[in-house]
Design a protein around this ligand. Sequence first.
Ligand code: CA
Ligand code: CA
Length: 410
Amino acid sequence: MLLPLLFNQEMKDLNMKRGYFLACFALATLVFMGCKESRKKEDEQILQQFDEPESSLPLDRLNLPEGFAIEVYADGLDGARSMTMGSDGTLFVGTRNEKTVYAVQDLDKDYKADHIKVLDSTLEVPNGVAFRNGSLYVAEVGRLLRYDNIESQLDNPPSPVVVYDDYPTEFHHGWKYIAFGPDDKLYVPVGAPCNICDSTVADKRYASITRMDIDGRNREIYAHGVRNTVGFTWHPETKELWFTDNGRDMMGDDIPPCELNRVAEAGQHFGYPFCHGGTIPDPEFGKQRPCSDFVPPVQQMGAHTAPLAVKFYRGEMFPKEYQNYAFVAEHGSWNRSKKVGYRISLVELNGNESVGYTTFIDGWLDDETQEQFGRPVDILFLDDGSMLISDDYGDAIYRVTYSGDKLASN
Ligand SMILES: [Ca+2]
Ligand SMILES: [Ca+2]
């Protein structure tokens, strides 16, 4: 069809078109070769890159309150755990078993990640990430690393500075969640290196939350009796530290509860290993000290639910009733006869008192088959008030939005 059409054109016209075509072809070839060359260079530095997520995760199985929606923000992130946001919009994501820290970018700002870079893949349990003054802090089990000016060097990350390398090295509860407080100090927990033991005899830092200056100096224990916290934050109004704690195992399916706690002042003791959930003496250690010696949790959470992230809502997207309520990511049980958790829960608060503990999102676990497709780990709110959730089982990050008002007005 093309040739007869062309014969109908004037020769002058044809020559112009042919010239134009050849020029385009030559240009395209150059561009293609150029792209190939630069892409090759990029591939050496950017270990993973994709356009936008095309995940096969069955998000239609998730249950959200009316007006909320969930989509995949980034996928292919093996073992995505803790998240922190850089000052230029880079989302940094730590992992537990994958030795990797990722940089996730949404360069066209459409709220879907479009670039994923591996910053480092040689780390030992780099679960904890925090960002301050242009630097990314990464907590391994026993070391704290700092990558300076990281956002301007994502394609060629600098070697990290070792801030300290003398924290306990046990892998049992050794993975860290870290965050900077409103006092500009970095908070670093040290889990109990066991299911149940009085480990402080060997080292006072066990079963505690420590804090330190930004340069790693002036390290001190801030909270005692914390078995294994893998998520904490500060109340937006009181500026007090709130943290989750994972209860001990081997006391059965239903006790002791996991916990959401509030630290009213430095030096408080939260019970472990003597008392669990504020009310349950430990069978072995409970005789040494009564539960009344310790700060009880704000909220007892389901036994074995494994609460990790806790974050207060301060954004403008969700309905007003969510303001200052605490969202908790329940990673889910691994040793309960019937699985629980695998959800985002909501702790409704009146001041410092819990007035409700409900489900916000569930469905990652299929109750009938007892199989899951995801396990929520961390929560981070974007500037627009939407919620990111990391998932180390589905290897993804989700984004939760609310459009209930728009729906109502349509
Ligand atoms: Ca994007
Ligand atoms: Ca406790």
